[in-house]
Design a protein around this ligand. Structure first.
Ligand SMILES: Nc1ncnc2c1ncn2[C@@H]1O[C@H](COP(=O)(O)OP(=O)(O)OP(=O)(O)O)[C@@H](O)[C@H]1O
Ligand SMILES: [Mg+2]
Length: 806
């Protein structure tokens, strides 16, 4: 290790104030300002804090100009927070530091220099819904059946190619050389669709998220002048959450790093949770070989969590085989025991959790805002929302509002997009008959067919219709007179708005667009018009910060649309003192809360059924579990339910394998000595009991169940595994008997099913068509393994999987 070898001497006159509040290795990382630097360290060890202090140190103590620094964060929210902290350290000089996600940084570079790689500066950024629309049209042109090749699966294959900077030709070439598990034909088909999709996006002057990275990389690779400009501009580059970058992002970081090689990357391989989005943990290894003289710093002290929480999390992550073992320690107190709670149903789980949040806030030790409930999939939030509403507990649902996905917002934004970029086909299609103006599917089809025949965009074709109408000539497209008039009117309106956009600020432009297109009137006539209008006003409020787009301002309509496109679910989230947070495990990355409750600790949910086929997938799920656990500062709860209506847990659930990996000595679980259903017992956690660790044993009644569980649940390694497993199994057996006898829910008669056979073709609503590879068990327990070309090997419970025979 070469800690701090290349940094200049810190300024004379004693340690600068900025270094106070940092431990020794953190200080070393801050002081190593020159040359490549790799900080690899566990959760809560101050990696993000080091980045902030490093910037403050460079600007405050080393005469580095703020605009020479580029800091890349994983979300816009993280960038905002970093800027706030820097503001406190630097007294507002942080404004000139460039901060943002890779995508935001790329969008900015491309607006400025994209023309040099043939990109019109008024490009639109397509979000995932837009991408799917564009892809479906491309599939139609490529004559590829969307039933056999589910668009989402094709898109994710294309995205994987882009993430390693592979274009459609390279993908096609590679198809027959690769031993891809889905087969050459599948890759070849995807490559064909990819080509049509690339062409469509280029015609529409649109980029998807991956293109932002790919095109910026191309720009910098091919244009030495622009590259040199950026080397001149950014002297220092810092990247947080480096473990979740993909190949294209790393390549980009290298291209942006000039001969000065001042590239600082910060990450934790144990928290890599985005392989499914093509993040490549190999980037850390590449960094080490690309910069062999890099200073490497590891931070060993965790400042976030209690000893118990850290011990529990460490015990889980240590079961991963593909990892470098490193120990974190903390000087924080031992803290409360980790609480396991088993509920009977998802409603019960939510009731217990929300009750517990209320109880904690009644003790005065925590506020609602200190607590977060985390879960694997968004759908799990519903039960918690219901409970919060019932009990009057305020909550913030991260990603739940999906403001920009609301219809009225999307419509308004799409109008602005078409005004900004006339070739944006996806947005035009969305608003062409919004509000209804007599341009039904058939007329639109005629329009697009005419445009395709003549090599025009739909908007150009509409202009021809408008011109013909102005000259009183016959409409060039075969549509009704009403449709022809509507097309001509819309075309004129859009052109006028485009002209107005050069002079009007975005808020005024929005007013005019809503008025001229008839959208405002239409919206107000709806039953929920008031609510929609309020949302529009909120959008208008955001638009007020953006001026006219005509005079080349960086903060005009283009910047506004960019902000709207690049916003992520977590960006809109603000913690508040009074509100409980509901958040997915993925979104919780980088955050911390005094109290964390992880719900749905069940096989099929965590690990998720989609990610249980290979060791690598399970290890990524384990890292996700680890990320969740290490968000907790003082109290950690792990919840599961015996029953869940979620298909992949199969009705009656099994405890997550990760629960079995917990050490016995940090666990507590609430008393089970009263019958379930009595609120006081099963929902009210006895605090004195929960804080005792050692006395929650596995004696007597659980012994037998524990022995039985050993064969049923596998032979987990680790100290506490057996005991925890015994307790969980014991609880399940006991509680299930009680639950079933107390409720006696009449069983729905199952329709008679004929068993599937190996080799048979089946169709799944999400995964598309696949071939049965294996069948095990029978009746309700019949499990089938199917190879879906679009989604890989899946093991499904036939009674729940909604499979159709192909
Ligand atoms: N030297 C220190 N003294 C006191 N508190 C610290 C110190 N270093 C970090 N902290 C605090 O510890 C917590 C975790 O720090 P930070 O978020 O920077 O960790 P991290 O390594 O980035 O975590 P993650 O891997 O989860 O992103 C924060 O509340 C931070 O303020
Ligand atoms: Mg961090």
């Amino acid at each position: 290790m070469d800690i701090g070898a290349t940094h200049p001497e810190p300024p004379a006159g004693g340690a600068p104030a900025i270094l106070q509040g940092l431990n020794e290795p953190q200080q070393q990382a801050v002081l190593a300002t020159e040359g490549p630097l790799l900080i690899i360290a566990g959760p809560g060890s101050g990696k993000t804090r080091v980045i902030t202090h490093r910037i403050a140190y460079m600007v405050g103590e080393c005469d580095v100009r703020p605009w020479q620094i580029l800091a890349v964060t994983f979300t816009n929210k993280a960038a905002r927070e970093m800027r706030e902290r820097l503001d406190r350290l630097l007294l507002s000089r942080s404004q000139d530091v460039t901060m943002g996600t890779f995508h935001a940084v790329c969008a900015r570079i491309l607006r400025r220099h994209g023309e040099r790689v043939g990109l019109d500066r008024n490009f639109t950024i397509y979000d995932q819904d837009d991408q799917i629309d564009a892809l479906k049209s491309a599939m139609q042109l490529a004559d590829v059946d969307v039933k056999r090749y589910p668009p989402r699966a094709v898109l994710s294959r294309i995205s994987a190619a882009k993430s390693v900077l592979q274009d459609s030709q390279a993908m096609a070439r590679a198809a027959y050389d690769s031993d891809d598990e889905y087969g050459a034909h599948w890759i070849d088909t995807c490559a064909r669709v990819y080509r049509y999709y690339e062409e469509a996006l280029s015609r529409q002057n649109a980029l998807d998220f991956d293109d932002l990275l790919v095109r910026t990389t191309h720009l910098l690779e091919r244009d030495a002048e622009v590259q040199a400009q950026y080397h001149q501009r950014y002297r220092y580059l810092l990247i947080d959450e480096f473990q979740d970058t993909n190949v294209a992002q790393y390549r980009l970081a290298q291209l942006l790093t000039g001969p000065h090689r001042n590239l600082c990357v910060v990450g934790d391989p144990d928290q890599s949770i985005y392989a499914w989005r093509n993040a490549d943990i190999g980037n850390i290894l590449s960094f080490q070989s690309d910069y062999p003289n890099a200073t490497v710093v590891s931070l060993g002290q965790n400042y976030r969590s209690t000893k118990n929480i850290l011990h529990a999390a460490d015990s889980v992550i240590s079961k991963n085989t593909e990892r470098i073992d490193h120990q974190l320690f903390t000087d924080n107190p031992t803290g409360d025991a980790v609480t396991l709670h088993e509920a009977f149903s998802e409603e019960d789980e939510a009731l217990w959790a929300v009750d517990e949040v209320s109880r904690l806030s009644r003790t005065g030790r925590f506020r609602n805002g200190d607590c977060a409930i985390m879960y694997r999939i968004n759908a799990q939030s519903r039960a918690f929302e219901d409970q919060c509403m019932r009990q009057g507990i305020p909550y913030r649902l991260v990603g739940g509002v999906r403001f920009y996905h609301r219809k009225e917002i999307k419509d308004a934004v799409c109008y602005l997009r078409v005004v900004f970029n006339p070739d944006d086909e996806v947005s035009l299609q969305r608003v062409i008959n919004q509000p209804p103006r007599g341009l039904g599917a058939k007329s639109v089809q005629q329009l697009t067919a005419y445009a395709a025949r003549r090599g025009l965009t739909s908007r150009q074709a509409m202009r021809e219709v408008a011109a013909a109408r102005a000259e009183k000539l016959t409409c060039p497209i075969e549509v009704t007179a009403r449709a022809a008039r509507a097309m001509a009117d819309l075309s004129v309106t859009l052109d006028r708005l485009t002209e107005a956009s050069r002079e009007l600020g975005v808020a005024d432009l929005l007013d005019r667009a809503l008025d001229m297109t008839g959208l405002a009137k239409h919206m107000n006539a709806q039953d929920d018009g008031d609510e929609r209008w309020e949302n529009i006003l909120e959008l208008r409020g955001l638009a007020e910060d953006y001026g006219p787009s005509g005079n080349d301002t960086p903060d005009g309509l283009g910047a506004f649309l960019e902000r709207v496109s690049l916003v992520s679910d977590v960006d809109a989230y603000e913690q508040s003192e009074d509100s409980l947070t509901l958040i997915t495990l993925h979104q919780a990355k980088g955050l911390e809360f005094p109290v964390v409750m992880m719900a749905g600790m069940e096989e099929g949910l965590l690990p998720h059924s989609r990610s249980m086929d290979t060791l690598a997938e399970v290890e990524e799920e384990r890292r996700l579990c680890y990320v969740g656990m290490t968000r907790a500062k003082e109290r950690l709860y792990l919840l599961r339910s015996f029953r869940r209506r979620y298909p992949s847990t199969g009705g009656v659930t099994l405890p997550s394998r990760f629960l079995e990996e917990l050490p016995e000595d940090v666990l507590a679980s609430p008393a089970l000595d009263r019958p379930p259903g009595s609120r006081a017992d099963s929902h009210g956690l006895n605090p004195s009991r929960s804080s005792r660790n050692a006395d929650v044993g596995i004696g007597g009644s659980y012994g037998q169940a524990r022995r039985a569980s050993r064969t049923r649940l596998g032979d987990g390694a680790g100290t506490g595994g057996d005991a925890t497993r015994g307790r969980l199994r014991g609880n399940i057996d006991e509680r299930l008997t009680e639950w079933t006898s107390s409720r006696r829910a009449p069983a729905e008669p199952e329709p008679e099913r004929v068993p599937l056979t190996v080799g048979e073709i089946v169709r799944h609503p999400t995964f598309g068509e696949g071939v049965v590879q294996d069948v095990e068990g029978s009746g309700d327990m019949e499990q089938v393994t199917v190879n879906f070309p679009g989604a890989g090997l899946k093991r499904l419970l036939a009674s729940l999987a909604r499979l159709e025979r192909g």
